[in-house]
Structures are given as C-alpha cells and as structure tokens.
Design a protein around this ligand. Structure first.
Ligand code: AP5
Ligand code: MG
Length: 212
C-alpha cells in the first residue's frame, strides 16, 4: 500500500507516519527528515537547503524530488508513507509520473485536519532529540528527564516568525495540492485532533487496517 500523509506544518504527519512504520511495517519517507540529515552531514545539498528551511520557506523542488524518488526506489515502490512530499502541484505531478512508470500508483492521500490554534501549540511546544531525531511535545509527550543537557533542542523553524511563514506558505503553495487529489477522488480527510492513539485509530480505519 502506498500512502501520502498530507497537512500543514505541525499537524502530526511525522508522528503518525512513525506509528505506521513501527506498527504496520510501512517505510516512512519524510523529505523534511532527509533534508535535515543532509544538513547534519554538511553536504552541498544540506548547506543549500539550510537557508530555506530555517527561514520557513520551501526548498527548491528539485532538491526534494531526488531525495523522495531515491527513497521510494529503495523500498521497491512497496508499502511506504510519504510525509511532506508532494508539497506543490509540480511535485505532485513529478510523483505521479515517477510512480506511473512502475505502475505503482498512490492508493490514498490522507489529509490531517486540525484547527490553527492546535497547530501553533504543537509546533511551539515541539522539542527534538538532536541525536535520535525523536520528536516530543512539552505537554503531551515530554522529553525524558535523564538525557544530557543540550540533547533536546527546538527546531529553528519552530520559532514564532518561521512558524508564521511556514503556515503562510502552506496556504499559498501546498494547500492547493489537496484539490489536485480531491479531483482524482484520492483525498480522504482525517480528524487530527485528540490523542496520538485516537488519530492513529482513525488512520488505520481509513486505510482498512484493523486496530491491534
Ligand atoms: P518538515 O520536516 O516536513 O516539516 P512540516 O511539514 O512543516 O511538518 P512538521 O514536521 O513541522 O510537522 P508534522 O506534521 O510532522 O507534525 P509532528 O508529528 O512533528 O519540513 C521542514 C522543511 O523542509 C519545510 O519547511 C521545507 O523548508 C523543507 N521541505 C520538506 N519537504 C519539502 C518539499 N516537499 N518541498 C519543499 N521543501 C520541503 O507533530 C508536531 C508536534 O505536535 C510534535 O511536538 C508532536 O509531538 C505533537 N503532536 C503530534 N500529534 C499530536 C497529538 N495527537 N496530540 C498531541 N501532540 C501531538
Ligand atoms: Mg514532520
């Protein structure tokens, strides 16, 4: 099964994609995570991407196209969940063409929906383990207390100015991708409010996996 998890910054795409990976055996492909890995490795791509990411802007599409296509090829076009790709109509068309060659179309696009105030809360209270990449939320999933100081950090694009910018860009450039998929009858909206487990149960129901 091939799934796209769609939605604004902070809606919970990464958290739910991680559940699909750990509990249901999907390969989790996040262009955000792949870009941050390039940044940590100080690759040419990482250096170029950093300035866009930290300002809350989309990186040029060609940067992410190759990352996403390589990751999809590595899992042989089978059982993956895309998190954060495609994010523009251009990227959605690239994805279609890429998968079409292998007759491996996306089965469903799940669009997570939460009110804006929940998004701001989730992003401003997110913290990240800079070694493992694990995400936390100060209230709902607090970081363990026994970690060395300095391991838990805040993403630079989770600062208020960058959050504002990311939400504006989502409205202008990414949100139209929903209509692209809606017209093809591929888009399913999923309520993203409530606990991690409640959201995951809705996702499982939507893609036809029985609760554990
Ligand atoms: P990316 O890393 O993909 O960021 P994003 O899409 O902005 O999404 P986030 O990772 O911020 O949020 P999320 O939906 O994954 O939510 P999460 O589960 O963490 O991309 C970063 C940047 O890379 C982009 O801005 C862009 O520059 C670039 N980029 C990436 N892809 C690109 C592309 N295709 N084209 C161009 N540029 C691209 O949850 C958020 C918080 O809420 C966490 O703290 C979590 O613990 C908490 N939380 C989640 N669910 C719940 C819940 N149910 N209850 C309570 N707390 C919850
Ligand atoms: Mg994420």
């Amino acid at each position: 099964m091939r799934v796209v998890l769609f939605g604004p910054p902070g809606v919970g795409k990464g958290s739910q994609a991680q559940f699909l990976s750990e509990r249901e055996g999907f390969t989790h492909i996040s262009t955000g995570i792949l870009l941050r890995r390039e940044m940590r490795n100080s690759s040419e791509l990482g250096k170029n991407a950093r300035v866009y990411i930290e300002a809350g802007k989309l990186v040029p599409g060609i940067f992410v196209r190759n990352l996403a296509e390589d990751a999809i090829s590595k899992c042989n076009f089978k059982k993956f969940v895309l998190d954060g790709y495609p994010r523009t109509i251009e990227q959605a068309k690239w994805l279609y063409d890429f998968l079409d060659q292998k007759e491996a179309a996306i089965d469903t696009v799940l669009s997570l929906v939460v009110p804006d105030e929940v998004i701001i809360d989730r992003l401003s209270k997110r913290r990240v383990n800079k070694v493992t990449g694990e995400n936390y939320h100060l209230d709902f999933k607090p970081p363990p207390e026994d970690l060395e100081p300095g391991v838990i950090i805040q993403r630079k694009d989770d600062k208020p100015e960058a959050i504002k910018h990311r939400l504006e860009i989502y409205q202008a450039e990414t949100s139209p991708v929903q209509n692209y998929y809606r017209k093809q009858h591929m888009l399913q909206e999923v309520d993203g409010t409530g606990t991690f487990e409640e959201v995951f149960d809705r996702i499982r129901t939507e893609i036809g996996i029985s609760p554990a």
